[in-house]
Design a protein around this ligand. Structure first.
Ligand code: GLU
Length: 306
C-alpha cells in the first residue's frame, strides 16, 4: 500500500517545530549565519514523478556539501572507476574538514564526501570540462528539472574569504601529488559548487536518478549505470552524514547526504527521493530537526533499505 505521503509530511512538520530552535545555525561561513533558524521544508518525489511537499519546501537554500554527490557523479561519468585510485571509500570517523587523517594516509582522502575527497573530485571535474562551473550548473538544472536553479556568489565569496582550512587541505593534498589543477582553481570550483542554492523540491527531483537506477526521469538520460547509482547510494549511507553516518543509518536507515546549510537529501531505491531543510545543526553538523524529520519519515512510512 502506498503511504499517504502528504499527511505524513504535514504531521512531521508539526511534530518537529519544538526542535527547530535546538540546534546551531552554521556560522563559520558568515553568510550562512544570517539564515533564519525557523525555516523548515520537506519534499518527496516518487519514482512516477509525484511531488509532495510541506512548509518552506520551495525556498532555495545553500546546498553546501550536498553538491559533493553531484560532482562525484560528474567525476564518475568522466573517468569511471579510475577515480578510486585517488579517493577511498571508507567512512572517516573524523570531522569533514580534518587534516590529521590526510597526513596519516599520505594524501589519499578517505572518501569523496569529506572535504579532502571532494577537493580531489573537484580536481577531476576541472580536468574533464572546459567550463566546469557553467557545466555543473547546467547539469544540476537538468537533473532537478528546474532551469531557475542559481549559484549564490555571496556565499561563495564568504566561504572563499574564510576558507583557510580548505586551502590548507588543498595544499596538503598537492604536496602528496594528488591534485593536478592549480590550487586556486580547485578551491574556486569547490566553493562555487557549495554555493549552489536549491529548494527541497529541487533536491528531491534532482536526486531521483539515484532512486531510479541512474536514469533521469525528467530528461530520459542515463546519468549513471545502475551499478554506479547503487555504489553512490552505498557511499551516502556509509559516509554521507559526516562522522555521524553510523548513527544516522541506525536511526533513519536510508542513504543520505547532508550539508551545513541545513539540508539533507535521502534516497529510497526504487521508491523515492526525499529532501528536508532546517538550518540549525546538531553537534555533528547535520540538520538537527532535519535528521529527526527523516527518522520520523522512515518510521511513519515503514520504508527503509533494511
Ligand atoms: N563548503 C563547506 C566547507 O567546505 C561545506 C561544508 C559542508 O556542507 O559540509 O566547509
Amino acid at each position: 500500500m502506498t503511504p499517504d505521503y502528504q499527511t505524513i509530511l504535514d504531521e512531521i512538520r508539526d511534530e518537529v517545530q519544538p526542535l527547530l530552535a535546538q540546534g546551531q545555525v552554521a556560522d563559520y561561513i558568515p553568510r550562512l549565519a544570517c539564515v533564519p533558524w525557523q525555516k523548515f521544508g520537506m519534499a518527496v518525489v516518487t519514482l512516477d514523478g509525484q511531488l509532495y511537499r510541506t512548509g518552506d519546501a520551495d525556498e532555495a537554500f545553500s546546498i553546501q556539501s550536498i553538491s559533493k554527490v553531484y560532482t562525484l557523479t560528474l567525476a564518475l561519468q568522466s573517468i569511471g572507476d579510475k577515480l578510486w585510485r585517488r579517493v577511498g571509500r571508507e567512512p572517516s570517523g573524523n570531522a569533514f574538514n580534518s587534516l590529521v587523517q590526510l597526513e596519516l594516509e599520505h594524501g589519499l582522502p578517505r572518501n569523496p564526501f569529506i572535504n579532502a575527497g571532494a577537493l580531489v573530485v573537484a580536481d577531476v571535474v576541472l580536468g574533464a570540462m572546459p567550463d566546469p562551473r557553467a557545466q555543473l550548473l547546467a547539469t544540476v538544472r537538468r537533473w532537478a528539472d528546474n532551469p531557475g536553479v542559481q549559484d549564490d556568489p555571496e556565499v561563495a565569496r564568504s566561504e572563499q574569504a574564510n576558507g583557510f582550512r580548505n586551502a590548507a587541505l588543498a595544499n596538503f593534498i598537492r604536496s602528496f601529488g594528488n591534485l593536478e589543477q592549480a590550487i586556486d582553481e580547485v578551491l574556486g570550483f569547490y566553493f562555487y559548487q557549495c554555493s549552489l542554492a536549491m529548494s527541497c523540491e529541487d533536491l528531491a527531483r534532482g536526486f531521483l536518478f539515484l532512486a531510479n537506477r541512474g536514469y533521469c526521469r525528467w530528461t530520459g538520460d542515463r546519468i549513471l549505470s545502475p551499478d554506479q547509482a547503487k555504489r553512490i547510494n552505498a557511499l551516502m549511507l556509509t559516509c554521507g552524514t559526516y562522522d555521524a553516518a553510523g548513527d544516522f543509518a541506525y536511526h533513519v536507515g536510508i542513504p543520505a547526504k547532508s550539508g551545513v546549510g541545513g539540508g539533507i537529501v535521502a534516497v529510497i531505491p526504487e521508491r523515492l527521493a526525499v529532501a528536508v531543510w532546517s538550518p540549525a545543526l546538531n553537534a555533528k553538523g547535520n540538520s538537527l530537526a532535519g535528521s529527526a524529520a527523516l527518522e520520523r519519515f522512515t518510521t511513519k512510512t515503514g520504508l527503509s533499505i533494511f
